[in-house]
Design a binder for this molecule. Structure first.
Ligand SMILES: [Zn+2]
Length: 193
């Protein structure tokens, strides 16, 4: 079991977690494709969950809504990520029961402090569903289980925007805005007289 997680997907998950009422748990799913032992995340899904300071609830209807795209794209759910308010990251009994799947190999990552400090996946506690329940992995096992890969790699040494051509244009646009603002200002002040 090995989860490949694009950096852009992780950043988007953190962005969406940040766009939520402070002090309550956050929950999202990581979807994508699995071949043999390797799963590749392509998509972050945030369900319309009820989020409270100590727990979250995803109803059956909200869960099926959050999986409505599976068939169309041949996609599957690979992991869930949710937050706790402090640094205690173990699954509660409720977390065990409410997990998106009880199939062997299902993954559940718990992040500290409602992810407010934009943690890396390795700062969370990764749980895996085994035949006898949910178990937290030790850091070495978790390190192997999730690999964050870059989403963008850029080797260009002279970006177009630093060329003389490009820098001239914003100046021209700024000058145009300034002069038309001055014109409309003088028009409105002459109207007031
Ligand atoms: Zn929890």
């Amino acid at each position: 079991m090995h989860l490949v997680l694009p950096e852009a997907a992780w950043q988007q998950l953190l962005d969406e977690f940040a766009r939520q009422r402070p002090g309550v748990e956050r929950i999202a799913f990581l979807d994508g494709y699995r071949r043999d032992e390797v799963s590749v995340v392509t998509t972050v899904v945030v369900p319309d969950a009820t989020c409270e300071p100590g727990y979250y609830t995803v109803t059956a209807d909200q869960m099926s809504e959050a999986g409505a795209h599976f068939r169309k794209y041949g996609m599957q759910r690979l992991a869930q990520v949710h937050t706790h308010g402090d640094g205690r990251l173990g699954h509660s009994d409720r977390d065990d029961k409410m997990a998106y799947s009880q199939r062997e190999g299902a993954l559940s990552l718990v992040l500290p402090e409602h992810a407010a400090r934009r943690p890396r996946p390795s700062e969370g506690l990764l749980h895996v569903r085994t035949i006898d329940g949910w178990n937290a992995l030790d850091p070495a096992e978790a390190e192997v289980a999730i690999t964050v890969v870059p989403s963008f790699v850029d080797f260009r040494r002279t970006p177009w925007t630093t060329s003389r051509h490009a820098t001239k244009r914003p100046w021209a646009a700024a000058w145009h805005r300034l002069t038309s603002a001055a014109r409309s200002l003088s028009r409105s002040s002459s109207r007031r007289k």
